[in-house]
Design a protein around this ligand. Structure first.
Ligand SMILES: *[C@@H]1O[C@H](CO)[C@@H](O)[C@H](O)[C@H]1NC(C)=O
Length: 175
């Protein structure tokens, strides 16, 4: 009788765990929400996954893969974008040059993240957060850029911080 009871509890536990697992897998949407709500721009975070995930039930590794790849693409594009702004820059040139320096740092960090991901050393990705924050803090945004109503670097800085938060959150989940 006692054995039977233990067996029943065991089976119930196994069943519960597999259902929970199945729900979690099928409901990747929920995982993405949990991740994105911890960032400063939920909409932007969700859009990164919406555009790039090619499986309905991605693993944490898949989520991290998309994140590091998109972060690196973003930082390289932003560095290039600043160089195009510098071409037409007037008074704002020195401030933009600071942003170029900042994004060289951010781009190095996000490039290292891709390389750490490929080597499977996820905990090293977590340490890049400080480099990104430092980089972003160098790019001040209290100046105007000709041709723009709002300094476009405000948006770029926010997105850089979202990417690094995503890498940190998923890096912790995956390691
Ligand atoms: C990461 O994503 C790329 C592009 O989708 C894919 O080719 C590569 O195999 C993925 N890497 C890992 C380790 O999952």
């Amino acid at each position: 009788m006692k054995m039977y009871r233990i067996l029943l509890i065991f089976l119930a536990t196994v069943l519960f765990c597999s259902v929970a697992e199945a729900l979690l897998d099928g409901n990747s949407e929920q995982t993405v929400n949990v991740i994105c709500k911890q960032t400063i721009d939920t909409t932007f975070c969700r859009s990164v996954f919406a555009k790039k995930l090619n499986t309905p039930s991605p693993s944490k590794k898949d989520l991290l893969n998309v994140t590091v790849a998109e972060a690196q693409r973003f930082s390289a594009n932003t560095y290039f974008f600043i160089s195009t702004l510098l071409r037409d820059a007037g008074d704002e040139k020195p401030r933009l040059q600071m942003c170029a320096e900042a994004y060289a740092i951010v781009n190095t960090a996000f490039t290292n993240a891709v390389s750490f991901f490929n080597q499977g050393i996820y905990n090293k990705i977590l340490k890049l957060k400080d480099d990104v924050s430092t980089g972003v803090s160098i790019c001040k945004t209290d100046f105007s850029v000709s041709g723009y109503k709002i300094n476009p670097m405000i948006k770029k800085n926010r997105e850089a911080l979202v990417f690094t938060a995503m890498e940190n959150i998923i890096g912790q989940m995956a390691s």
